[in-house]
Design a protein around this ligand. Structure first.
Ligand code: EPZ
Length: 424
């Protein structure tokens, strides 16, 4: 049987919680280390399943990984054998696609297994492949494997427009272009904080990147990138998750290492709706004092950064179930990300799924503990953990491992806040 969380809800939540390094920054930065044969030291790496899987794929390729304590690694990729990209592990992790761009600069041709299936929508790797094709790459699609090749002498164009604001496609292209010794303009680039963090790392390796964090990025590559040392940015999604958890449970929580300026619209939306929050930007601390007034959100509009992130959509849904009136949740990005809201109805929430992209959540609802909540994806799982902490009685959530893909030691850290949660 899959691992379960058993949560007794209704306990007082209070205390301090530290935000760890960003998973979605660590993943491309680990991939970017293959751009050089020199050692790279990365600190503030979150100890989560997805990061462990990424490191293990790199190790199978021949990368040498030395760990220092729980959160730092030194990686040196001298002799790599990319046959390992055909293994099953690649299939388990969607982010394995991030090895494609940087490895192409080193090998010219990469054949790999299709990266993991996606439970939250029909995400394909099409944006990545179209971008590489537009840069002059030859793409071949097989049943189990696909390959991309840049024949000797390919001269990529000086401007590239992505098909959509794709986060990992932007990262793949930025890594690829960092080794091309000329300036390329990337348009319709995604701008999430993890992309900005990757740009900082690539700049330390020797590339010159202007505009990261906007939709127009200029990348001036160099033929030989060097090793670099980097501290991963704090995870704004983890900070946002803890914030919504604290407000939903009406807790008094001090969230440390919170990247406040990356949560502008999240904070504005919450504060405008009566959330009792103190912000200390200088010290990167967010404090909650007893929840959110019984106001009506009306609409939660999900958008690429700097909009309200899709990765917080489910947790906002849980909070909407605690506030008065109907909240429309508009999720334009994924077409299968309302699973957590559906599960929430088993706990007593009133939710109407209007279509794959819009849901109405009516509140306030008194949530009750239920044995038999299924976690489908990482962020939906975190939202259901929040719901179970709010609910009266015991909730048993199945497929706990999903949450561990992205939240380090979630059980230990929530217990330290007074939560009654265990994993069995
Ligand atoms: C990244 O995935 C993240 N993964 C995801 O994190 C995150 O949900 C997602 O970006 C969106 O922020 C990593 O960083 C490793 P996409 P990615 O290509 O790059 C649609 C987590 O739990 N879309 O940006 O694979 C697009 O078609 C996760 O940590 C539009 O419709 O995602 C796709 O269905 C899961 N229009 C979805 O959004 C646009 O303009 C995400 O696309 C842009 C995107």
């Amino acid at each position: 049987m899959s691992a379960r969380f058993i949560i007794k809800g209704g306990k007082k939540i209070a205390g301090t919680i530290d935000v760890r390094g960003s998973k979605n920054a660590a993943l491309p930065i680990i991939a970017a280390t293959v751009l050089t044969e020199e050692p790279c030291r990365i600190s503030n790496v979150p100890r989560v399943l997805d990061v462990e899987r990424m490191l293990s794929i790199l190790e199978r390729m021949g990368g040498v990984i030395k760990r220092e304590g729980n959160h730092a690694v030194t990686i040196q990729n001298k002799n790599l054998d990319i046959e390992a990209l055909k293994s099953d592990t690649v299939k388990q992790l969607r982010a394995s696609i991030l090895f494609l761009g940087p490895l192409l600069t080193r090998f010219g041709k990469v054949t790999m297994r299709y990266p993991g299936g996606c439970k939250i929508g029909a995400r394909s790797i099409d944006t990545h492949l179209t971008a590489l094709r537009d840069l002059g790459g030859h793409v071949r699609l097989g049943r189990k494997y696909f390959s991309v090749e840049f024949p000797e002498g390919t001269s990529p164009p000086s401007a590239l427009t992505l098909k959509e604001f794709s986060v990992t496609a932007t990262e793949n292209v930025m890594m690829f272009l960092s080794s091309i010794p000329r300036t390329t303009c990337l348009k319709i680039a995604a701008s999430e904080p993890h992309i900005q963090d990757l740009a900082k790392f690539l700049s330390k390796m020797g590339a010159r990147i202007r505009g990261a964090g906007t939709s127009n990025v200029a990348i001036k590559g160099v033929r030989t990138l060097s090793g670099a040392s980097h501290r991963i940015v704090s995870d704004y999604i983890e900070a946002g998750t803890f914030l919504l958890l604290a407000l939903g449970t009406r807790g008094n929580v001090r969230i440390k290492n919170a990247p406040i300026s990356q949560l502008d619209l999240v904070l504005k939306t919450l504060i405008a709706n009566g959330a009792r929050i103190n912000l200390n930007e200088r010290e990167s601390v967010i404090e909650t004092r007893g929840g959110i007034e019984d106001r009506d959100f009306t609409k939660i509009q999900i958008l690429p950064y700097p909009g309200i992130p899709t990765d917080l959509q489910s947790a906002f849904g849980v909070l909407a179930a605690q506030t008065k009136g109907a909240t429309l949740i508009h999720e334009p990005l994924y077409e299968n990300r309302f699973h957590a809201l559906k599960e929430l109805t088993k706990m007593g929430a009133r939710v109407k799924i209007l279509d794959p992209h819009r849901a109405l959540v009516y509140g306030p609802s008194k949530l009750k503990g239920v044995n038999g909540i299924t976690i489908q994806d990482l962020r939906g799982g975190a939202a259901l953990v929040i719901a179970a902490l709010i609910a009266r009685g015991t909730t048993i959530l199945y497929n706990a491992k999903e949450v561990e893909r992205g939240y380090e030691d979630i059980v230990g850290r929530l217990r330290a806040l007074g939560a009654d949660i265990e994993k069995v």
